[in-house]
Ligand binder design. Structure first.
Ligand SMILES: *Cc1c(COP(=O)(O)O)cnc(C)c1O
Length: 364
């Protein structure tokens, strides 16, 4: 069994993806070719956003967003310590300081009720993470941002493309939404890729300049940028994947529900993640809480069932981001880091495979 079955997905879409890749090879516009704009238009329409700016990765999307907002030295960005490192990494790389707010223990999402206490005159943005494919409480977060002088809200939506929050699509629920097309994400390409979504014309223009070395037109540089484009071939792959993406999202929602029912029925000693009733979680990972994670991982590995841990250590306890004062407060984050385990999950997971996982977990 694979943790994420990317090969099954390719087999299902092979004809279309191969043809699209060959078309790019033939027309030769490997950078910013027609597939880039075509993909951006389709993704913007999908999320309902006015603009989609594709870029080199989800990490680059976060960095470019911070740059476009002019966030740098002396500025603070409020975020969660329970996320992939790139979230805080890009805040630090931009020269700003990550300020950590603890998570809700049942969803693992930033606890919006604790954000206001962390706002200072230096706060420039809030960066919630839509972890495991569930969007954080964006209405509450946007309201806090508006109340404190229109702070920017950047959704780290690397794991949540396709998810909804009160009927709105992830990536279109705040100032900027940043997603990733890393192969294992809900919408993945065959390499690195990412995108930024916004309804703000000025920010979109700035982001397009930043993406290509801050140039307004060729070789005229008005600002500092990056080499942050997504390859045309990778956009072609996404266009192929979009042909059955709606089906994949439906599958992911159904599989998440099936996992819940089967684990409960089997009496498995796991605590399930809460999904709020106003949201759809696309289960980038199917993550649950267990008491003795090491023995669970070992028992599953012995039966050929791969698992993963997203993530084993809060960022404010990592050597690179160590922040003892905030680490003393973010207790739910640390407990989650000790207890979370992700089970095999992808749109191509079969019922038989899921049953094997459930039986193995329940037997522990
Ligand atoms: C994957 C991920 C990123 C980074 O995306 P890349 O495309 O791998 O650079 C950022 N934040 C979160 C929460 C992620 O899961």
């Amino acid at each position: 069994m694979q943790f994420i079955d990317l090969k099954a997905q390719y087999q299902a879409l092979k004809t279309s993806i191969d043809a699209r890749i060959h078309k790019v090879l033939d027309h030769g516009q490997y950078i910013l070719g027609p597939e880039v704009a075509e993909m951006e238009a389709q993704l913007a329409a999908y999320t309902g956003s006015k603009h989609c700016i594709s870029c080199a990765s989800g990490t680059e999307a976060l960095l470019m967003s911070l740059m476009a907002l002019g966030i740098g030295p002396g500025d603070e960005v409020i975020t969660t310590p329970f996320t992939f490192a790139a979230t805080a990494e890009m805040i630090v790389l931009a020269g700003a300081t990550p300020v950590y707010v603890d998570i809700e223990p049942d969803t693992c999402l930033i606890d919006a009720s604790k954000i206001e206490a962390k706002i200072t005159s230096r706060t420039k943005a809030i960066m919630p993470v839509s972890l495991y494919g569930q969007v954080a409480d964006m209405d509450a977060i946007n309201a806090i941002a508006a109340k404190h002088g229109n702070l920017a809200v950047i959704e780290d939506a690397a794991q949540s493309f396709g998810a909804t929050y009160k009927g709105r699509k992830s990536c279109n629920v705040s100032t900027l939404g940043c997603t990733s097309f890393f192969p294992s994400k809900p919408l993945g390409c065959y390499g690195d890729g990412g995108a930024i979504f916004t309804n703000d014309d000025a920010l979109a223009k700035t982001l397009r300049e930043i993406r290509t070395h801050g140039q307004e037109r060729r070789y005229y540089h008005t600002r500092i940028g990056v080499g942050g484009r997504m390859d045309t071939i990778q956009c072609a792959v996404i266009l192929g994947k979009l042909e059955r993406f709606e089906w994949e999202i439906e599958r992911r929602l159904a599989l998440g529900e099936q996992y819940r029912q089967k684990l409960e029925q089997a009496g498995a000693k796991v605590k399930l993640l809460t999904v709020r009733p106003d949201r759809d979680c696309v289960w980038a990972q199917y993550t649950v809480f267990v008491e003795d994670r090491e023995s669970v991982q070992k028992a599953l590995a012995e039966q050929g069932i791969p698992t993963a841990v997203h993530y084993p250590l809060s960022l404010n306890r990592q050597p690179a981001y160590r922040d003892d004062a905030s680490a003393a407060e973010t207790v739910h984050s640390h407990r989650a880091a000790e207890q979370v385990i992700s089970l095999p999950m992808s749109a191509d997971l079969t019922e038989e495979q899921m049953d094997r996982v459930v039986v193995a977990v329940a037997a522990i």
